[in-house]
Design a protein around this ligand. Structure first.
Ligand code: NBP
Length: 471
């Protein structure tokens, strides 16, 4: 085979499926993987000699590519990414384009792009979302890097991503690490949305003791409304799955410990550093952490008992309507927090990220695609400088209309003794954000009392300190 269009380095689930996606669009792809056996098995399984070229050393890999070379790294984020960049970079030439499609922490991408730039290599951080199926059929790609380099790979990437209304779910969202930053926040929002689905399920299954078919009906109607989304679709598929042998719901035998790979925690940590509140995401990370304490929870369940009760004599139908509104408002607020974080990072790091482009590309291919993103996109298209989605008239109206039921659903859950960390945090975020005044004046006074930290006043400018009476 002549030189190929693109090289993929790393044949895990994502790498393999991206190669098949590329080959099915007529691109010639060179592959290389640390473990050669994996490469051999992959090429014999796919049986596409015309489009896929297997290589077995970094030099053979690089030499097989058309110049300027375009390489997509698809290995585990962290040390593995550094390792493969070190192995391949000695064989690259000035002007080649190196892309990292893994879930790299954006600060690592910043460091790597500076390192590559010193060697004359163009580095692009690609946030890729969509999982295995997305990689195969059309993911959403969030790019960050130099525009001239992006333009060299754009015609290829454009062919393999998902499309909505004919538009590719692909965009350059800023220089250097902008794409990986946006992907990190995408995953942070994903944590919140998953947690909110789980809380809604828990209220129905454990709190109200509903049958699986009734719970499926609830998610089905959510999927037909504003929350129509990939996550609702797969929730329905999961609820319908049976345990082979017993024919009981499979969910009943899945251990209640949620794993995590760190992108949610990165979102929380970064938001704290930037001073942007994202409590719906923070609480979702904490909820996964508490789920890991299975043994302690089992012990605690025998000691810390509760006395759940239905909230008054409210009928079930009303409770489910409340729950639906609470889920919708909480999802919307979670997106709002994520977009506020991207905006702050864009200002702080000079990404100049177009938020309406983020909303546009998130409508397809990615895990958090949802009908709500159409409204979000319009809101951001109308006002690119909107500091928070909650200030958009249409979205604010949705929250105003849903808020009474949202409060009641939170109260229902409290009466039932069902934990709802993200739904609660979302409502508290809404209530804090919409308040003209907050009790932070008392915090300031107390800080000044014990630490002479000073405070500002509403009636005059400057910093003030009071000589408080000693206790
Ligand atoms: P994994 O994250 O499971 O990584 C497997 C690949 O990394 C294999 O090719 C493996 O080679 C290679 N690798 C490792 Br591990 N350590 C290495 C090292 N020290 N040197 C060279 N290669 C090394 O694969 P994945 O699930 O396909 O994900 C790839 C990237 O895409 C990750 O960064 C992931 O976070 C990101 N991502 C994944 C998903 C998803 O749904 N899975 C979605 C979006 C993004 P080997 O075969 O020799 O062990």
């Amino acid at each position: 085979m002549d030189r190929t269009d693109l090289g993929i380095l790393g044949l895990g689930v994502m790498g393999e499926n991206l190669v098949v996606n590329l080959a099915s669009r007529g691109f010639r792809v060179t592959v290389y993987n640390r473990t050669p056996e994996r490469t051999r098995q992959f090429v014999s399984r796919t049986n596409r000699d015309q489009e896929i070229k297997a290589t077995f050393s970094p030099q053979e890999f690089v030499d097989s590519l058309e110049s300027p070379r375009k390489i997509l790294v698809m290995v585990q984020a962290g040390n593995a990414t550094d390792a493969v960049l070190k192995q391949v970079s000695p064989f690259l030439s000035k002007g080649d384009v190196m892309m990292d499609g893994g879930n790299s922490f954006f600060r690592d991408t910043l460091r790597r792009s500076a390192w590559m730039k010193r060697q004359g290599i163009n580095y692009i951080g690609l946030g890729i979302s969509g999982g295995e199926e997305g990689a195969r059929k059309g993911p959403c790609i969030m790019a960050g890097g130099p525009r001239h380099a992006y333009e060299q790979v754009e015609p290829i990437l454009e062919k393999i991503v998902a499309r909505v209304d004919g538009e590719p779910c692909l965009a350059l969202l800023g220089p250097s690490a902008a794409g990986h930053f946006v992907k990190m926040v995408h995953n942070g929002i994903e944590y919140a949305l998953l947690q909110l689905i789980a809380e809604t399920y828990d209220i129905q299954a454990v709190g109200l003791g509903l049958h699986e078919r009734e719970i499926q009906r609830f998610f089905m109607s959510s999927n037909e409304a504003e929350l129509g989304s990939y996550l609702m679709e797969i929730t329905l598929a999961v609820l319908a799955e049976r345990n082979p042998g017993t024919n009981d719901p499979l969910l009943g035998v899945i251990l209640d410990k949620a794993a995590q790979k760190g992108t949610g925690a990165w979102t929380s940590q970064t938001s704290m550093e930037l001073g942007v509140p994202v409590p719906s995401i923070d609480s979702a990370v904490a909820a996964r952490n508490i789920s890991a304490y299975k043994d302690e929870r089992v012990l605690a369940s025998t000691r810390l008992t509760s006395h759940p009760s239905r909230n008054g004599a409210v009928n079930l139908e009303k409770m489910l309507i409340r729950l639906h509104d609470a889920l919708t408002c909480s999802w919307l607020v979670s997106y709002g927090q994520g977009f506020a974080l991207i905006k702050r990072a864009s200002d702080e790091y000079g990404y100049n990220t177009d938020l309406s482009e983020v909303a546009r590309i998130w409508r397809g291919g990615c895990i958090i695609r949802c009908k709500l993103l159409d409204k979000i996109r319009f809101a951001l298209g109308d006002d690119a400088d909107l500091p928070n989605l909650l200030l958009d008239n249409t979205l604010a109206e949705m929250l105003r209309q849903g808020q009474q039921n949202w409060r009641l659903a939170v109260s229902d859950a409290k009466h039932l003794g069902v934990p709802i960390p993200s739904m609660n945090a979302s409502l508290d975020y809404y209530d804090s954000y919409r308040r003209h005044t907050l009790p932070a004046n008392l915090i300031q006074a107390l800080r000044d009392y014990f630490g002479a930290h000073t405070y500002e006043r509403v009636d005059s400018k400057g910093q003030f300190h009071t000589k408080w009476p000693t206790s």
